[in-house]
Design a protein around this ligand. Structure first.
Ligand code: SF4
Length: 250
């Protein structure tokens, strides 16, 4: 067990001082951050994964600590077949026992996107019914979640914290500090299989209508290319941060 986890207390409720916890974990290794998250929120935390181009590293780290951690996978109905295959093979290889496929509500699709072409006219609305709403429902069962975001992705992620609170839930970003070089080294060391589309020039993989091959120097430039959109919306807070986030104890 890490020194970080040894020093923690067991607070995880609304009085948790997010800023202090983030400051303590700011320079910790991803595995130590994951141990802290999974220990502090045991039974009340999920990992959200796209099973995309960089997902294997975080999933492998989590599986080493607790292969039964709930993994939430947004199956939007618009994913590449290669991603669906990769999700099955990687989960089996890592021994993950609780990967949950989240799908859009039938009624939302029937009313808002009967032609399955909403992405052509309103990507925000499409992401809302296919990603934001299903994840929101699934996260209702949890107090905290783990994401795979990194600062080197750029944009709003440049200021990403290791621990944050959003919409009343705590979010851990264990890989926030890591570079692409570190990710690649970890994947090589553990012989993790790459997403099958990486070799075809996709450094970031999302839904097929909104993903294209991209420059390896700007990994997310192939997502919603040609538009201002850079995020699907699941990381956009829906409410102001409560005052209680800045006080309390850890
Ligand atoms: S990424 Fe594109 S296809 Fe996927 S949910 Fe968002 S707008 Fe729709």
């Amino acid at each position: 067990m890490s020194a970080v986890l040894d020093q923690r207390d067991v607070t995880s409720g609304p009085s948790l001082d997010i800023r202090a916890l983030d400051a303590r974990l700011r320079d910790a290794e991803p595995q130590a951050i994951l141990e802290e998250a999974l220990g502090r929120y045991a039974g009340r935390i999920a990992l959200v994964s796209s099973f995309g181009a960089e997902s294997a590293v975080l999933l492998h780290m989590a599986a080493q600590i607790d292969p039964s951690v709930p993994v939430l996978f947004l199956d939007t109905g618009m994913l590449f077949g290669q991603t669906l295959d990769y999700r099955k093979k990687l989960a089996a290889q890592l021994g993950l026992t609780d990967v949950r496929d989240l799908r859009p509500a039938y009624q939302d699709l029937a009313v808002r996107d009967p032609g399955q072409d909403l992405w052509k006219t309103d990507t925000d609305a499409c992401c809302h019914i296919r990603k934001v709403v299903p994840l929101e429902h699934a996260l209702a069962d949890f107090d905290a979640w783990i994401t795979g975001r990194k600062r080197f992705h750029g944009g709003d992620r440049l200021r990403l914290k290791v621990v944050e609170r959003s919409d009343g839930k705590v979010k851990f970003n264990p890989l926030a500090n890591w570079t692409k070089t570190q990710l690649d080294a970890y994947a090589a060391e553990h012989a993790l299989p790459p997403h099958p589309l990486v070799e075809f020039g996709y450094p970031s993989v999302g839904c097929w209508p909104c993903t294209q091959p991209a420059d390896s120097e700007d990994l997310r430039s192939g997502r919603w290319a040609g538009s201002d959109k850079t995020e699907c919306g699941i990381h956009v807070p829906k409410a102001p941060v409560p005052a209680m986030d800045v006080g309390g104890d850890i």
